[in-house]
Design a protein around this ligand. Structure first.
Ligand code: F6P
Length: 257
């Protein structure tokens, strides 16, 4: 029974890798929509994967996004020789998450558990164009932005567009735009339609999508049957090359493709 289940998931991983055009796909058993421990298993799998990828890097810099799934990765982090040399940084500034789900918080937690290092990015949510421009001129900010852009590993979440806009208490106007333009996915503060086109972007400093594309290893961690459409849409951007997901999302994704 157990052996055939494992074989089945390996099969799902290979099929997904092929149809999404990714370098690696890891599928953990279960559906995180239904069982909370499945998110922790995705976290555990991501930690193993991070250690494997970082082993090859001379300078080890990891950029992280916020969200409950990347928070689960931080929770499952354990120290080792690779991790002690790793610097953790947030990928982007304020995106309107609660403190425990903010990239900064997750960064500090993960670095502490890894016995590694971290640097934070203190930027308010909902920047005006003026404050955005002046922040970009701050030497301290410039310094950390350079570090963030030199990350060789990015670990990020993917969310369902409406869920994310509501979680961020976005304005009626934004909710309307997302509805009209049929947003289905969100990642890095960008919203996408089913074809993977960008239809809206949150103004904040840090990694822009064009920087993420240049990063060597980009790991998306997202699961639950309810996220299948969002994962499918975001993967059309070809920004991430690795996916850690669960059986629920994986099976729904295969039905979509
Ligand atoms: O807000 C940060 C973020 O990583 C979003 O880009 C993403 O859509 C969301 O969190 C995922 O959150 P969760 O893992 O809680 O579904």
């Amino acid at each position: 029974e157990v052996m055939s289940d494992i074989f089945d998931l390996t099969n799902v991983e290979n099929k997904l890798k092929e149809c999404l055009g990714l370098a690696e796909v890891i599928v953990v058993p279960g559906d995180s929509d239904e069982a909370p421990w499945v998110k922790k298993e995705m976290g555990r799998a991501t930690v193993q994967l991070m250690k494997r990828y970082l082993a090859y890097e001379e300078t080890k810099i990891v950029a992280l996004t916020g969200g409950t799934t990347v928070a689960a990765v931080a929770e499952m982090m354990t120290p080792d020789s690779e991790m002690k040399e790793t610097l953790f940084v947030p990928a982007r500034g304020g995106l309107g998450e609660q403190v425990e789900n903010q990239a900064n918080t997750i960064c500090a937690t993960m670095a502490t558990k890894a016995m590694g290092h971290y640097r934070l990015l203190h930027v308010p949510d909902q920047l005006s164009q003026d404050s955005y421009s002046s922040l970009m001129e701050e030497p301290k900010i410039k310094e950390i932005l350079d570090l963030i852009r030199s990350a060789n590993l990015v670990v990020h979440g993917i969310g369902e567009a409406t869920t994310m806009a509501q979680r961020r208490s976005s304005s009626e106007e934004i909710l309307q735009t997302l509805h009209e333009k049929q947003a289905v996915a969100e990642a890095f503060g960008y919203y996408f339609n089913q074809n993977g086109d960008i239809i809206h972007k949150v103004l904040t400093i840090g990694l822009q999508l064009e920087d993420v594309i240049k990063t060597k290893s980009v790991v998306a961690v997202a699961g639950g049957t309810s996220k299948a459409h969002a994962i499918s849409a975001f993967m059309k951007q070809k920004t991430s090359n690795i996916l850690v997901t669960d059986e629920g999302a994986a099976k729904a994704l295969l039905e979509l493709h």
